[in-house]
Design a protein around this ligand. Structure first.
Ligand SMILES: [Zn+2]
Ligand SMILES: [Zn+2]
Length: 409
């Protein structure tokens, strides 16, 4: 029998201790607590818990001091420290991280999600969720029930960091519904747009958290020469095409034009790469500690015997995705379909499988399926990918994710 993970709570509010204890104990954690921060270190050293939850604003000794003191104890090196506070300022979050906290959760706490938030930090795992796996056009209906009919959107929840979203196809509506249900406040996130084709931006106005005051989002992507990210997003909401304009967002919304570059957000590094697709399209590699995820859509690789095949580009892309834990990539067509779609900006099963194999990708996620494909067609693409990986004696695993699937990395 597995021993229960121990968690120690330090909070001057007994109601908060009771609430957290109830949530955690019902999920099989063993919980102990004190409301007096002054002798907390002494008690914690005796118990040696796997996780410590610390309130920030406490009389006599506040959470900053307590985190600092706990981090000076060598025997607690592997213990995760999570700060819980109603203070939503980025300064406090970063200060706690600098002092050695592994995570920062803001109040009010939601009984449905708090244990999951704590678990993610304790286990130091990334949750990657697929909200839409289709390309080009949403296709709801009985033939798309298995994989879902929504267009591109995935989210990454990384311990101690802000929410990262990739693309705002119609899948982002399901993420929005989930977030409204979680009622987490405030939400600070970054939305990375691969490129401004409809299936990657057109559901952004339906992302509910944008209309809540106190939330904050940065929308990042490649500008198109003289057209900035702000202009590309606002153009689809200028009144003629959609009645709600950017001004109606109640959250603080910023825009950032990206080139091929590398940015850092706390412990997360995000590198970008221009992809082979009409207009400017960016692929992303997200690195957190020893793990990485590559989001590469939309992208045309071309068959190796084609005049358009560009070995220099493919070599660069292999380098960019080399050894990644998860490659989420444009596999729009079967090999047969691709022959009549050359030059449309998307890739076929065997092109993608060969790329993943050469780059020693650990897990290949087939993504951005053609709207004319049924669930059965995607099953066939998946089988074809597996056959080729077997033929290549590849170590790469292939997955055809469905809408709503969560992958823990
Ligand atoms: Zn697309
Ligand atoms: Zn596109």
């Amino acid at each position: 029998m597995q021993t229960k993970q121990k968690i120690f709570i330090v909070d001057d509010d007994q109601d908060m201790i009771d609430f957290l204890s109830t949530c955690l104990e019902s999920n099989d954690y063993k919980v102990q607590a004190t409301s007096d921060a002054r002798d907390a270190v002494e008690k914690i050293l005796k118990i040696r818990p796997q996780g410590i939850i610390v309130d920030l604003m406490m009389p006599e000794k506040d959470g900053f001091e307590l985190v600092r003191d706990l981090r000076q104890e060598k025997s607690l090196d592997s213990t995760k420290i999570i700060v819980i506070s109603s203070k939503t300022y980025e300064f406090d979050r970063r200060r706690c991280a600098d002092l050695g906290a592994d995570g920062y959760i803001t109040k009010p706490l939601n009984p449905q999600t708090i244990t999951q938030q704590i678990r993610r930090i304790l286990d130091d795992q990334i949750d990657m969720t697929f909200w839409g796996v289709r390309g080009t056009l949403p296709v709801p209906g009985e033939k798309t029930l298995k994989y879902g009919g929504n267009t591109s959107c995935i989210s990454l929840e990384i311990p101690g960091e802000n929410l990262l979203i990739f693309d705002a196809g119609s899948g982002i509506k399901a993420l929005s519904d989930k977030m409204m249900e979680w009622n987490r406040y405030p939400v600070i996130g970054k939305i990375f747009i691969s490129h401004p084709h409809w299936d990657h931006i057109n559901a952004l106005p339906f992302f509910g958290p944008m209309f809540n005051q106190g939330n904050e989002f940065e929308i990042c992507g490649a500008s198109h020469c003289d057209i900035s990210m702000r202009e590309m997003i606002s153009a689809q909401m200028d009144g003629v095409y959609f009645p709600i304009t950017l001004k109606e967002f109640a959250a603080r919304v910023y825009f950032r034009n990206l080139a091929e570059e590398e940015i850092e957000i706390g412990e997360v590094k995000i590198a970008t790469k221009l992809l082979n697709h009409p207009g400017k399209c960016l692929g992303y590699r997200v690195t957190y500690k020893d793990r990485s995820i590559c989001y590469i859509t939309d992208n045309e690789l071309f068959n190796e015997d084609s005049d358009f095949y560009n070995p220099f580009y493919v070599k660069g892309l292999i380098k960019f995705i080399q050894g990644t834990d998860a490659l989420v990539t444009d596999t729009t067509y079967s090999d047969e379909e691709y022959l009549s779609k050359v030059g449309w900006g998307h890739s076929s099963v065997s092109q993608v499988v060969k790329l993943a194999h050469k780059a020693e990708v650990k897990n290949l996620y087939l993504f951005h399926h053609d709207p004319d494909q049924t669930d059965d067609d995607i099953d066939e693409k998946f089988k074809a990918a597996q056959r080729l990986l077997l033929e290549l004696k590849s170590n790469t695993q292939c997955i055809a994710p469905c809408e709503g699937d969560v992958v823990r990395l």
